[in-house]
Design a protein around this ligand. Structure first.
Ligand code: ADP
Ligand code: ZN
Ligand code: ZN
Length: 799
């Protein structure tokens, strides 16, 4: 009998999307191979990949695996299964999923390294008769170091024993800089541009850096349209320096209130979750707690329960800014058993955290969505804070996953607990809780029975009629004065950055729009330029109208820069801070603003939605919502829900500790139901009206959505491919789904691409996904030079 060839499935990085089959070496048992990185031949090249399945059935000719850069798998069988789920559900090739799941350095040719922490200890152990130590000493000979390949000559049992005894450790060491240019930051080394500088490119680079301070390399290149080589050349000439970007914000540990006594609702919630953790069972909890009800305290106690049970925890937060605020509180308790991980860190730092997590040196990993992929052993608890938040959904690159939904999948797979927390749960999650899929934990009261803030509505249209008021209504102005007189602080929300959201010609009405997108250019006064918020395109403020050459322009609407001016005029002596994407771009500026406001040095904090969530400032008595309901008009079935969430979250920043809370809600829609319910903090009525509408119109949670977008620089071509896909999908999905479109996307043109959308609604998602994948597998319907086809399952961004 001929021995069966030992065939395995390998996903190759950066090459073919389909898994390939290779022959495994005889020396290794199959179970030692799964999840390991391999070098395999592909054509005439050697490629890196991961073994994703054993015993592959294949009868064609196969080639041998070339080598193994590591001694052990980088993915466990459970993790592989999870990746496969992500690939199948979000219609993304498994190889792409693996590449975003694994830390970036592992997609590079990087060998695992054997470190011997103490040669003395090793020799002592060998002398004492430890067979593993003796074998290693022999293998080492006169060498000090050993490659992973050499170490693999030892039997697995001996290697394990060496590792358990701490005589060796395995890790990967990453060189800096080589990996990802986008993690580098550039700063000018001079105060001014040398007068004799010849190159206009370098001049532009320097002017930008001198005016705006350190900038990340990728952003700088985009802004100045220069190549990396040109930047590196300027570095070589000593004109600028390039360094690794520091962590966004690295706060000191917060002092903690030790006298805090948990209330009955908190205690009950903690007990319920703890019971699940002790039972090592799966359960998903929706922690619906009004703003300031002490949800974070519940998280903390549940994490403690998990650690006490010998398990570990992942905490997912929507945005980097918010992760900082929570990190602040958790670090005070968990110290260096906690790590924060986010995309503004260098790949090197993130990889180090991944390694610490994997080797059990961390109990908690905290961060935005991809923190879910942290390889913590013995995971006992996953927390998703602000589970309703849109930024939990990854938009690009694929997989376009929802971190909340995947957290539940992962928890079920590992038999652990998952807590989804929010003061304004998503309609989907609350529906799941009422249907018994999630268990509902409620915190109905603010801590210490503090009342929720009193919200007053102000009709902005009336304010506009009064001279000299506009966006700063008489009521808001008066309440700011009262607040300041009582030594309280005020937070003012305006979810538009820049000076004016659009600029129009006074003579002919022409609106200035982006060259590459069909949206208005936003006027940024501070940099005296026009900026596209979609693609980043900038141009100087125009001298004259491109259509009629008149030179009078009209600003429409208001942004944070303009509001800042108005506030400074109204309150000339009051220290005021502005927090938005522009004011926090510079290194450390987020932290500076945060600290200045927290310590009371500044009295007014004006900001975009960045300030609406999560912050817990004790002296904030007043929240003013300048306008936040412009989103009500967006053509998106979640427009009302988003607005309700934003209004409620922003209001929730008021009156959390030392002052009673007050909110002035300025609105252009004073009679709108969503605005009225937000004013009353009436989540449940809002949910009732929303769920009724979703049922009637056929939207989630009653159906699942798949959004297929076709984009091309040629509008007619995009529409044509869109129609083909629609017809093909329609043919395959009769009786299984409703197919709408193709229609022009709400943002019809983005980055020079015209966009059409097809919306699929179904109750049979699994079956439909398979069929959609088949339809899109036709080469003409895939992404190529002329078109992009993007499939978004459970889409969040409908624009
Ligand atoms: P949420 O996340 O629900 O908005 P937080 O967890 O931020 O609320 O809690 C609000 C504030 O109340 C925090 O400063 C927290 O330390 C404090 N706090 C939480 N629970 C209690 C309690 N039982 N007694 C007193 N203060 C508490
Ligand atoms: Zn004009
Ligand atoms: Zn644009």
């Amino acid at each position: 009998m001929t021995p069966t060839p030992r065939l395995v499935e390998v996903c190759v990085f950066d090459a073919v999307k389909k898994p390939l089959t290779y022959r495994a070496p005889d020396a290794l048992s199959l179970s030692e191979i799964l999840g390991r990185r391999v070098i395999v031949p592909l054509g005439r090249r050697k490629m890196l990949g991961v073994v994703t399945a054993l015993d592959a059935g294949y009868s064609g000719p196969v080639r041998d695996i070339d080598s193994f850069p590591d001694l052990e798998p980088v993915l466990s069988a459970a993790e592989l299964e999870f990746c496969r789920f992500i690939a199948d559900y979000y219609l993304t090739p498994l190889a792409d999923v693996l590449q975003s799941y694994l830390p970036q350095p592992l997609s590079a040719r990087l060998n695992q390294r054997v470190a011997i922490p103490s040669h003395a200890a090793l020799i002592a152990a060998a002398a004492a008769g430890d067979p593993a130590a003796a074998a290693l000493v022999k293998l080492l000979g006169s060498r000090k170091q050993l490659s992973a390949a050499r170490l693999s000559e030892l039997k697995p049992a001996l290697r394990t024993s060496l590792r358990d005894a701490g005589l060796i450790s395995l890790d990967w060491q990453v060189k800096r800089g080589r990996l990802d240019a986008e993690m580098l930051q550039v700063a000018a080394t001079l105060q001014e541009v040398p007068p004799d500088l010849k190159s206009s490119v370098t001049r532009r680079l320097l002017e930008q850096l001198i005016a705006h301070g350190p900038t990340d390399l990728a952003a700088l290149r985009r802004l100045t349209r220069t190549s990396a080589q040109q930047v590196f050349a300027a570095e070589a000439a000593g004109l600028l320096s390039i360094t690794e970007m520091p962590p966004f914000f690295n706060p000191p540990a917060a002092p903690r209130d030790l006298n805090l006594v948990l209330n009955a609702e908190q205690t009950a919630a903690i007990a319920t979750v703890t019971a699940t953790i002790s039972a090592s069972a799966f359960a998903a909890f929706l922690l619906y707690g009004v703003t300031g009800s002490g949800k974070t305290e519940v998280y903390i106690e549940c994490i403690k329960s998990a650690i006490a049970a010998g398990r570990r925890a992942i905490v997912i937060v929507p945005e980097i800014g918010l992760s900082q605020a929570i990190f602040y509180r958790l670090a005070a308790i968990f110290g260096d058993r906690l790590a924060l991980i986010h995309s503004r860190m260098s790949a090197k730092s993130r990889f180090e955290i991944w390694q610490r997590a994997r080797s059990g040196r961390l109990d908690i990993v905290l961060g935005p969505r991809s923190a879910l992929f942290s390889p913590l052993p013995d995971l006992g608890l996953i927390i998703v804070d602000e589970e309703h938040d849109a930024s939990l959904k990854q938009e690009s690159p694929p997989p376009r996953y929802h971190a909340r939904d995947l957290a539940v999948v992962r928890a079920r797979q590992l038999n652990c607990a998952v807590i989804l927390g929010s003061a304004t749960p998503s309609v989907e999650s609350y529906h799941n809780a009422l249907a018994g899929k999630y268990r509902l934990l409620e915190l109905t009261q603010r801590v210490d029975a503090r009342p929720l803030p009193l919200v007053r509505r102000v009709d902005l249209r009336r304010s506009f009629e009064k001279r000299g008021h506009g966006y700063l209504s008489a009521e808001l102005r008066e309440q700011i004065e009262v607040t300041l007189a009582l030594s309280g602080q005020a937070m003012l929300l305006l979810n538009r950055r820049g000076f004016a959201p659009s600029v129009h010609c006074f003579a002919c009405g022409h609106k200035l729009t982006c060259r590459d997108c069909d949206v208005a250019l936003v006027y940024h006064k501070i940099r005296h330029g026009m900026l596209c918020h979609l693609c980043g395109y900038t141009e100087p403020y125009p001298d004259s109208c491109p259509r009629c050459h008149s030179n009078l322009f009209l600003y429409r609407g208001i942004g944070t820069e303009k509001m800042e001016e108005e506030l400074r005029r109204a309150f000339p002596d009051v220290p005021l801070l502005r927090m938005d994407l522009d004011s926090t771009r510079k290194e450390g500026s987020f932290r500076e603003i945060f600290e200045k406001f927290r310590s009371g040095q500044a009295k007014i904090l004006l900001g975009t939605q960045m300030i609406a969530k999560g912050f817990d400032f004790p002296d904030v008595a007043l929240v003013g919502i300048i306008t936040a309901d412009t989103s009500l008009e967006l053509p998106d079935f979640r427009a009302r829900e988003r607005t309700f969430q934003l209004l409620t979250q922003a209001s929730g920043r008021a009156g959390r500790h030392n002052f009673a809370g007050q909110v002035i809600l300025q609105t252009l829609y004073p009679d709108d139901k969503t605005v009225l319910l937000a004013q009353e903090h009436d989540y449940k009525s809002f949910y009732e009206s929303e769920i009724a509408e979703r049922l009637e119109l056929g939207f989630p949670p009653f159906v699942r959505l798949i959004l297929v977008a076709v984009e091309s620089t040629d509008a007619a071509h995009a529409q044509k491919i869109g129609k083909e896909i629609r017809d093909a999908v329609h043919g395959r999905l009769t009786g299984l789904a409703r197919v709408h479109g193709p229609i022009a996307a709400p943002i019809h043109k983005r980055r020079s691409f015209f966009r059409f959308q097809i919306l699929i609604k179904t109750k049979r998602i699994k079956t439909v996904l398979k069929l959609v994948a088949e339809v899109l597998n036709v080469p003409e319907r895939q992404t190529n030079r002329h078109q992009r086809v993007i499939v978004d399952v459970d889409p969040v961004d409908m624009m």
